[in-house]
Structures are given as structure tokens and as C-alpha cells.
Design a protein around this ligand. Structure first.
Ligand SMILES: [Zn+2]
Ligand SMILES: [Zn+2]
Length: 364
């Protein structure tokens, strides 16, 4: 459901000012992870979609390993993990599996790995609970609340029919999570191989996303929180239609910009390791501010969610990205409503029409 993190609006314009120590055209071969910082290995696996890869991290941990993120629940990915364990990892014990967040490309094989290696799953509470909640819908029909959500956004019958058919896909990409887990809490630190890693949680892309910051190694495993050339998807979903995930997202970006030093090597889940985290955080914040501004201007006339895509996204929205585009548009609309800059009215068909509050000009 959030398998593709690309926000079409973000283009090359937002890639300026970053430094990639290994360039942007190189990534390790799947079975030969690359030591990117002392005892921290960069591992890349393929994903069967437009965003065609994910970066995973192996941390040397005494006589064993800590794994950070796991790839989707795919037989190919399982086979690669087995080859890695028997090869590069020298069959040394896996001490824990950490999941940055609950999206299938990150958590898909976490449960399976924990079972295989009889170890704990470490993740934040909201990610664990939300993941268990969402996967519980697998095999069921799309709930009425989800259909109402699509109608409000202006989706047509055709699209709603497609949605009904593919409902449950999210859970299929995730192997069952263990019945207990080790909770990661914002601000806490834990030690791996003599280095302390600090947990930094943020919300917006997912409920309680974990980034791992290691001051000693001057690096941060950033998950999907900070990516160098794509802006992570920030959406509203049917289970919380009035949420203001963009407000939370911007708050998290601001907070990281205050906390993190700029001489940090960022290890992102997609694309390549880079320096320039504060620059990148500023670019992401500015891209949303620009989006909010454009949307506000465009709402001089009443519009539905699906009428706003061209105001937010540079590329045309295809059927496969419609869901994400609608969720992200709604995130911007709800943010404007939260700032008292927009309102909406419901028509007889249950569709929401949004319009600007003309006298509200300043962002808070
Ligand atoms: Zn994600
Ligand atoms: Zn991701």
C-alpha cells in the first residue's frame, strides 16, 4: 500500500547539495554486502515494483548479527536470506531483527527471520500494533468505511471495483509477526558492538517510524524518513480519514533538523548513502510548503481530491499510483483545514468539495 514511496512532485531540483561517497550509480551485489561504516554492512535486495530495490543493513554484533529491515515476503527474498546466512554471514547467530517501520518492503520478512533464528523483533509500539491490525484484514472484504473514503475523494465505480478486488494485498506481503516483540522507545539507546545507537521516532510516513542514529560511527539508518532524491509518501488512509499526517511529518522533519549534525552519513532505505542530512530535510520541508501553497491557490474554486493532482504532482497520475496520490493529496488538504485555510462541503453523492478560506493567507 505504501510500497512506492515516490512523490511525483519531487524531482531533481531537490537533489542539490548532497554528497554521495560512493556515487549514485553503484550498489552492492545482493550476496556481497558492503561495509559502509565500521561493522555496518549495506545490503541491497530487489523489489518487484517501480521503486525496484530496498537497502537493508547488517550490523556486526559480537559473535553474531543484528539485522535492520528485511524485504518483502517473497520466496526470492527468503532464498537470498538463506544464501546470505550460509555465505556472507558465516552462519553466525542473528541476535535480533529491527524493523524501521511496518511497510511490507521493510517488515515483510521480519517475522520469518525471527522464527528462523529464534530471536526477538525490535520495533516501535505503534508500528507493531498497526501492522497487526492491518494484516488482520487479509482475506476479508473491503470495509464500508474504506469505500466511503474513496467516494468522498471522487473515485469512480471502476476504481472502487478494482480496489475491492485487490483489498488484502498489504497483508500478503508480510509474514506473520511474532506474538511478542521488544518495544523501541524514542530517545532510548542500545549498544551494538561497543557503539551506541539512539532511537528517533517520527510520524507521518508511518505511525511511529524508527531511525537509528549512531554518534560514534557518525551515521544514521534513516529508513524511509530521509531519502536523497524522492520524497517519502505522506498519506491519509481510510482508517483515520481526518488525520493530519502532514502536520506530524513536518514536525518530525523539523525535529530531526534540530537534533542531527550535518557531518552524518545517512543510510537510507532507498537510493544511496549520502552526506547532507540537514540540507535534505530542508528540501523536503520546502517541497511540502510549496505543495501546500499551490494547493491553497488552486482551491479558489471548489475541487475534489482527484481534481487536485495537477496542483501537487508534476507527473500524470496513473491507475497504479492513484491510491497514493489521493492519500497524499488528502494529507495536504487536511493540513490546510487544520491551519484554517480550507474547508469542505459534502454533496448529495457523498463527495467532498474543498475550497480555500480566502482571508487565510499565512501558514502557521
Ligand atoms: Zn515506508
Ligand atoms: Zn520503503
Amino acid at each position: 500500500m505504501t510500497a512506492n514511496n515516490e512523490r511525483p512532485m519531487a524531482g531533481d531540483k531537490y537533489a542539490r547539495g548532497l554528497h554521495y561517497p560512493l556515487g549514485v550509480d553503484w550498489a552492492p551485489e545482493t550476496l556481497t554486502p558492503h561495509e559502509i561504516a565500521q561493522g555496518v554492512y549495506w545490503l541491497r535486495m530487489a523489489l518487484p515494483m517501480k521503486l525496484d530495490h530496498i537497502n537493508l543493513w547488517l550490523l556486526e554484533d559480537g559473535d553474531g548479527w543484528t539485522i535492520v529491515d528485511s524485504c518483502m515476503n517473497l520466496s526470492d527474498a527468503k532464498a537470498i536470506w538463506e544464501q546470505l546466512f550460509n555465505g556472507f554471514m558465516q552462519r553466525r547467530p542473528v541476535k535480533r531483527v529491527i524493523a524501521t517501520h511496518m511497510h511490507p518492503d521493510h517488515i515483510g520478512l521480519a517475522g520469518w527471520l525471527c522464527e528462523q533464528h529464534d530471536c526477538e523483533l525490535w520495533m516501535s509500539r505503534q508500528e507493531y500494533l498497526m501492522c497487526r491490525n492491518l494484516t488482520s484484514y487479509t482475506g476479508q472484504e473491503a470495509p464500508e468505511a474504506a469505500i466511503r473514503f474513496l467516494v468522498r475523494a471522487g473515485m469512480d465505480e471502476n476504481y472502487i471495483e478494482q480496489y475491492r478486488k485487490r483489498f488484502g494485498f498489504f497483508g500478503e506481503m508480510i509474514s506473520p509477526l511474532p506474538d511478542s516483540y521488544r518495544r523501541l522507545i524514542d530517545g532510548e539507546t542500545f549498544e551494538v558492538n561497543g557503539h551506541y545507537w539512539q532511537v528517533l521516532t517520527t510520524s507521518g510516513h508511518s505511525p511511529e517510524h524508527v531511525s537509528l542514529y549512531c554518534p560514534g560511527l557518525k551515521c544514521m539508518i534513516s529508513g524511509d524518513q530521509v531519502l536523497p532524491r524522492i520524497t517519502p509518501n505522506v498519506s491519509i488512509f481510510p482508517n483515520e480519514p481526518n488525520g493530519d499526517s502532514l502536520k506530524e511529518w513536518l514536525h518530525g522533519l523539523e525535529r530531526l533538523r534540530q537534533i542531527l549534525p550535518d557531518n552524518l552519513l545517512v543510510l537510507p532505505s532507498h537510493q544511496e548513502p549520502f552526506y547532507g542530512v540537514r540540507t535534505r530535510l530542508t528540501q523536503i520541508i520546502e517541497s511540502h510548503d510549496e505543495g501546500l501553497d499551490n494547493l491553497y491557490q488552486a482551491l479558489i474554486e471548489p475541487k475534489r481530491v482527484i481534481d487536485c493532482f495537477s496542483d501537487l504532482f508534476k507527473n500524470p497520475i496513473s491507475n497504479s499510483t492513484l491510491n497514493l496520490a489521493a492519500g497524499e493529496t488528502l494529507a495536504h488538504l487536511n493540513c490546510l483545514i487544520g491551519r484554517k485555510m480550507a474547508t469542505f462541503e459534502e454533496d448529495e453523492q457523498g463527495v467532498y468539495w474543498y475550497q480555500q478560506v480566502p482571508e487565510a493567507r499565512q501558514f502557521d
